[in-house]
Design a protein around this ligand. Sequence first.
Ligand SMILES: [Zn+2]
Length: 93
Amino acid sequence: MRLIDADTVCKKLEGYARDCEEADDRVAGGVFLDAISEIQDAPTIDPKDLQPHGHWIEHPTGGLVCSHCHRYKPDEWRSMCCPNCGARMREEM
Ligand SMILES: [Zn+2]
């Protein structure tokens, strides 16, 4: 998967559709309009959903371990995000 700017793509396709309309090529123009429709109907993803999630695990000798990247940090300050991988921390389960 990769993120794209769908609005920019749709504007380009609208331009191609207009070009086809001006050239009286309704079939090709219709294909561009169908493509625009498909892009507009595609599911969207909230960028926040792409951030990994984890929770802090208490290490037996002190300190905490990130459940996502398993990196140990010697202090016991429970930050909102892992300083190593950036995982957003939830309450322990
Ligand atoms: Zn981490």
